[in-house]
Design a protein around this ligand. Structure first.
Ligand code: RIB
Ligand code: CA
Length: 364
């Protein structure tokens, strides 16, 4: 894969992850796993949740339960609740993919009434996603570092932050979001779920004057967790001295992936396994060289009936654009390829690392 000339792998990447709250859904859970378990070159400095497919609370609690399970080293990290609905449109529902509470079929997560989950839920309401992002941005500016802003759900929180604090965008290295499709969709002929949930927010984000990378369905549909990979998840353990049995963490991760696999098989006819959409955003920040991306003008269809939510990529430059990332420029790097085997090696490296710290295994 050719190296992406527009980005370089930074020595220490700080990441803020904004994920579907009602769902850290199954692939959002894998994005949280990578963000908390990548080698030292990734430092998760913030986590926020955004409306997804049902009530806001069960999403927020899902994000807290997941990070509590994956990463004791992030016990101090506050999970910030974000917008409970899109900017203008009504919320959409998608329980057929992720189940009614967003984490259908997942075993092993701490219960909602676990005292630590309850206390982290309590502290999560100290600052909402926009305020949390603003505080993190101000600290980054005063400390002289930049943050990679990653989104794996509808872009409502990012649109609100950009609209309220445009002068704080300088704290961010880039925005990387899973969403969109070039000529394809998954909740409409040409509409991908995250963009379709809030097209107006997506247009605000793609027009922000900052480098943006879109990881569309065209690429995420290549990252399929096949049966072989699901078996590897379940019964291969770390070389780091863990006994050669399936650890409770791996059992939980396998339940996440197999539920997702069943949904994708029944709803979309994905017979080889589910696409690990959201995890690719974290992999992109950590290892951009695994991806191939091209810079295009991208706009979001917010008005048509047939095409609402479509990410319209001007591949042949039908209009004149300048070299800015904003409203008059070629505003988005669109991912077009990924080194799939290398991505899954990175994923399993994170599973191995998480295996050595996860609270699930400590109780075993
Ligand atoms: O279309 C895929 C996206 O929608 C993923 O982010 C998935 O988690 C859902 O939010
Ligand atoms: Ca998501």
């Amino acid at each position: 894969m050719c190296f992406n000339p527009n980005v370089t792998t930074l020595v220490l990447n700080k990441i803020w992850l904004d994920c579907d709250p009602v769902r850290p859904g199954h692939d959002d859970a894998c994005a949280i796993l990578l963000a908390t378990s990548l080698p030292s070159d990734i430092n998760l400095v913030g986590l926020s949740t955004v409306h997804g497919n049902a009530s806001g609370e069960c999403t927020l609690s899902n994000a807290i339960r997941l990070i509590h399970m994956f990463s004791p080293q992030h016990d101090a990290l506050v999970v910030h609740p974000g917008a409970p609905k899109p900017l203008i449109r009504p919320s959409r529902a998608d329980p057929e993919i992720h189940g009614p509470d967003g984490l259908g079929g997942v075993v092993g997560l701490p219960p909602l009434n676990h005292p630590v989950i309850l206390s982290r839920l309590e502290s999560s309401h100290t600052a909402n996603a926009v305020e949390g992002l603003a505080a993190a941005a101000k600290l980054a500016i005063s400390s002289g570092y930049k943050i990679h802003l990653v989104a794996t759900g509808p872009l409502t929180n990012l649109a609100l932050f950009i609209s309220v604090y445009p002068y704080l965008l300088s704290a961010f290295e880039e925005v990387c979001f899973m969403g969109g499709g070039v000529g394809i969709g998954n909740r409409g002929a040409v509409a991908e779920f995250n963009i379709l949930c809030d097209p107006e927010a997506a247009q605000i984000v793609v027009d922000a004057p900052i480098r943006k990378t879109m990881i569309p369905l065209n690429v995420t549909h290549k990252a399929i967790v096949t049966e072989t990979l699901q078996r590897r998840l379940l019964n291969e353990c770390s070389e780091r001295g863990l006994s050669n049995t399936t650890t409770p963490l791996r059992h939980t991760l396998h339940s996440i992936v197999s539920y997702f696999a069943a949904s994708y098989k029944s709803v979309f006819g994905f017979n080889d396994g589910p696409p690990l959409h959201d995890a690719l955003t974290i992999a992109y920040v950590a290892r951009p060289e695994l991806f191939r991306a091209t810079r295009y003008r991208v706009d979001v269809d917010c008005i048509s009936t047939l095409g609402t939510g479509q990410t319209v990529v001007d591949a042949f430059n039908y209009r004149d654009y300048d070299d800015s990332w904003g409203p008059t420029g070629k505003n988005v790097l669109v991912a077009e390829g990924i080194d799939v085997p290398a991505f899954f090696e990175l994923f399993f490296e994170c599973v191995d690392r998480c295996d050595t710290v996860s609270r699930l295994n400590l109780a075993a």
